[in-house]
Design a binder for this molecule. Structure first.
Ligand code: NAG
Ligand code: NAG
Length: 226
């Protein structure tokens, strides 16, 4: 076994691939990430505010018991990082989010979100970074009025105030174009609201994006129609 490995190492050393032309991304990514510090947020001395935009695509209701709602969603996050700009082609590249700074936007109620998959971000020439995170989210704040239920998902930065991370909604709506109907509850309304909180102690704003999902059990359910 050992000699086999050794032999293949020798063969690889002896017969490297012939590369014709320049590898399109190789030099670019090495240059961009050479002195890149992924711990440093991309605020500058000219402007310390980084605008971070957030959106939600709702895929399915996993479970709902009247107060606790579990959903599968994609969370989109977008911002600009002036360290990741270039002038040549390609117009965009993909980088693992572990290699670059990312804003610490979390679900306030329940930040334990257990994502195993770490997606790539798409970075364009102007330094615009976007990634979409597939995630299972759970809240237990659903309020009932009559036969309707209202559940909210509130997102904000865990450590940055609004002077450093200005959190904004990337869309006016929750994207339902990929939503799979649930067999006992239907979504009758959704909303996206940006709130800004101030505390008496301090001057900084604390922005959040709150997504609301209104559910209802249809009167003529699947069983009634049988
Ligand atoms: C800093 O950037 C934010 C977001 O782009 C903008 O709203 C603000 O006016 C800028 N501040 C200064 C001092 O340029
Ligand atoms: C954010 O939400 C507000 C209020 O619904 C809306 O007017 C605005 O257009 C939204 N921003 C974007 C980028 O869609």
């Amino acid at each position: 076994m050992k000699t086999k490995i050794l032999l293949s190492v020798v063969l690889i050393l002896m017969f490297p691939c012939v590369v014709q032309g320049v590898l399109i991304e190789d030099w670019l990514i090495r240059t961009l990430l050479q002195d890149y510090n992924e711990l440093a947020y991309p605020g500058t001395t000219d402007n310390e505010t980084v605008v971070v935009k957030h959106d939600m695509t709702l895929l399915r209701i996993v479970e709902f018991d009247g107060t606790k709602l579990t959903i599968d969603a994609w969370l989109g996050t977008e911002w600009r990082d002036p360290r990741l700009c270039w002038a040549s082609s390609p117009i965009n590249i993909r980088l693992p989010i572990s290699k670059i700074w990312t804003p610490d936007i979390v679900l306030y109620d329940n930040p334990d979100t257990r994502t195993r998959f770490t997606p790539n971000a798409i970075v364009d020439q102007s330094g615009l970074v976007y990634f979409s995170l597939p995630i299972r989210l759970e809240v237990d704040n659903c309020q009932q009025s009559h036969d309707e239920f209202k559940c909210t998902f509130k997102f904000g930065s865990w450590t940055f105030d609004g002077f450093k991370i200005d959190l904004q909604n990337r869309s006016r709506i929750i994207d339902l174009s990929n939503f799979q109907q649930h067999n006992s509850y239907e979504i009758i309304d959704t909303s996206v609201v940006r709130n800004v909180l101030y505390y008496t102690c301090c001057a900084e704003p604390y922005p959040d994006i709150t997504y609301t999902v209104d559910l209802k059990q249809p009167k003529t359910g699947w069983f009634d129609r049988l």
